[in-house]
Design a protein around this ligand. Sequence first.
Ligand SMILES: [Zn+2]
Length: 115
Amino acid sequence: MGRLFVESLEGNIYSCKHCKTHLAILEDIVSKVLSPSPFPSLCIYFVNVTLGEKEERMMITGMHIVADIFCVRCGSIVGWKYESAYEKSQKYKEGKFILERYFRLYSIVCNSMEH
Ligand SMILES: [Zn+2]
């Protein structure tokens, strides 16, 4: 284990429900632009997460190489990162993060930071 750096985000953020560590900025949830479905959410900007092992995973949109992402503080799984996509039409996802649907609905809280 290295030193733990926990970044704080400003704005409308998603945080880990278990430990309240900030994970993503709401404005960076771009799924509405990229996909008709609001879930799962494709995020550009994530902080305070660690990447798991890369593995091939079959998605609805085809085969991808993905890595699960975990909350850096409590280790909860929060979604996954698209490392690479086989389908040309899915290439835009590469390097982007997904907040897992389940986690977003039930385990990620959206904090509205007014000050
Ligand atoms: Zn956490």
